[in-house]
Design a protein around this ligand. Structure first.
Ligand code: SF4
Length: 349
């Protein structure tokens, strides 16, 4: 069976055309999926019964199973999903005031190899399909009561989004379409280590999305240790490509900096970061590290965080410390997947 969420743009309309049915039936199906939160074809009650049956023999709406569903005290919820091939991915729903933000994955594993990250420990297995990316959004939407909707997307889960742009961009197009989830493109953040060629493609295509570039170090020597892909790109090209994205869409850039105790949190690192980003319309997000079992990195002291932030701010760069949501549920990317590597699937609660 075909995954319906992979067939929304061409496969579904073609199926209907071949059956001699009008185009508006495709719109009806999409409305049921995105606005109606339908979980099977039988509930799409304004479609003829025969069509519902033939859709059910041709397409499956869901290809994942929920292996684990965790909820933290701050209401952050995390799903561990098992894909049809047995691989597992994570996605997270974060509640902050009126915001309902979903954090989604784009790959199984990750090839970037950031030394402090659980997702990259075993390398990349494969890219997710457009349907698998969309399915995370729909699964998370189902966790919300009927009068609440998803408002923001952060593409910050497992994987490097810019390494899977060909599948991510169509998923985001449905997420932001009025015929899809209707989330404003300006409320979508793509988080990347910064692959310059892909950044330049995004800039050329003039997407409205907000970009968060993960630096994690202010010089090439340290960054190449922490983010090994840096050896092939280099900080100056990453920052130059990010500048091109800013020039193309005018969205203020965010630079992410995971602060690792006694590794990249020293005063000279803060000063180098200021020198690197000076005179840019940019915000630095400092993220105190969330320890991962089996990895030697640790959370920086409060004093180290304060000192680092003070020096960056004093250098004229806007900076904030990002509050970690969902600490008790292994919310950092890849942690739940690793801690539940062999758990059997369970029904979605
Ligand atoms: S931090 Fe992001 S880019 Fe780096 S290995 Fe983990 S998932 Fe990949």
């Amino acid at each position: 069976m075909k995954h319906l969420l992979d067939q929304l743009g061409t496969g579904l309309p073609e199926f209907l055309r071949n059956a001699g049915l009008p185009e508006y039936r495709a719109r009806q199906v999409r409305r049921w999926l995105f606005a109606g939160r339908a979980t099977d074809f039988a509930t799409m009650t304004d479609l003829p019964a025969a069509l519902r049956e033939s859709l059910a023999t041709e397409f499956s709406i869901w290809t994942t199973e929920v292996v684990a569903h965790r909820q933290a005290n701050d209401e952050t919820e995390k799903l561990l999903l098992q894909l049809a091939d047995g691989n597992r991915i994570e996605c997270v729903l974060i509640r902050e005031g009126d915001r309902r933000t979903c954090c989604i994955s784009t790959q199984v594993g990750c090839a970037m190899g950031c030394v402090f990250c659980a997702s990259g420990l075993e390398g990349v297995v494969r890219n997710l399909t457009t349907g698998e990316i969309l399915e995370q959004l729909l699964r998370l939407q189902q966790l919300l009561p009927a009068d609440e909707r998803l408002t923001h997307i952060v593409v910050m889960g497992m994987g490097e989004p810019l390494a899977n742009l060909d599948r991510l961009l169509p998923a985001l197009a449905w997420a932001t379409s009025p015929e899809g989830l209707g989330i404003s493109g300006r409320r979508v953040t793509i988080s990347t280590v910064g692959l310059p060629a892909a950044l330049r493609r995004l800039a050329a295509e003039k997407h409205p999305y907000h970009l968060a570039v993960s630096l994690h170090a202010p010089n090439d020597a340290l960054r190449s240790q922490l983010v090994p892909v840096n050896k092939s790109a280099g900080l100056s090209d990453v920052v130059a490509a990010a500048d091109e994205y800013f020039a193309a869409n005018g969205r203020r850039l965010t630079f992410e900096y995971v602060l690792l105790g006694d590794v990249n949190d020293r005063p000279e690192h803060a000063r180098q970061l200021v020198a690197l980003l000076r005179e840019r319309t940019a915000m630095v997000n400092v993220i105190p590290y969330n320890p991962v079992a089996g990895l030697p990195y640790r959370t920086p002291s409060d004093e180290a965080v304060e000192r680092f932030v003070g020096l960056v701010r004093g250098g004229g760069i806007e900076v904030q410390v990002r509050v970690r949501k969902g600490d008790q549920i292994d919310a950092a990317c890849g942690q739940l997947r690793r801690s539940l590597a062999t758990t059997a699937p369970v029904a979605l609660s």
